[in-house]
Design a protein around this ligand. Structure first.
Ligand SMILES: [Zn+2]
Length: 97
């Protein structure tokens, strides 16, 4: 059982105690748990908004470049960049129709 000090009288009390047994002061609950819910929810919402803002063709173009870079030699990476640019141009042209 973890112990903590009372905010009022500094008496050592259990972290599970609702009130200090010596002075009767209410022990504030550690407010960590709301963050365990709030932070992941906010992250998921932010990532959803961010993910939705990326056009599909841009994601596809990124995959094309990634696949290219895995097989291309170091001095041939510019080919992958060109493929990426080409895929972006194509996607932009299609999305404008
Ligand atoms: Zn106390």
């Amino acid at each position: 059982m973890a112990m903590t000090a009372c905010n009022e009288c500094r008496n050592e009390i259990s972290t599970t105690a609702k009130a200090c047994p010596k002075c009767g002061a209410i022990v504030p609950r550690a407010k960590i748990w709301p963050w365990l819910i709030v932070v992941p929810v906010v992250l998921v919402i932010a990532m959803t908004i961010y993910g939705a803002s990326i056009p599909k063709y841009e994601i596809e173009a990124g995959k094309v470049r990634e696949a290219c870079e895995q097989i291309a030699a170091y001095d041939q990476k510019y080919i992958c960049d060109a493929q990426y640019d080409e895929a972006i141009r194509k996607g932009e042209a299609e999305s404008n129709n």
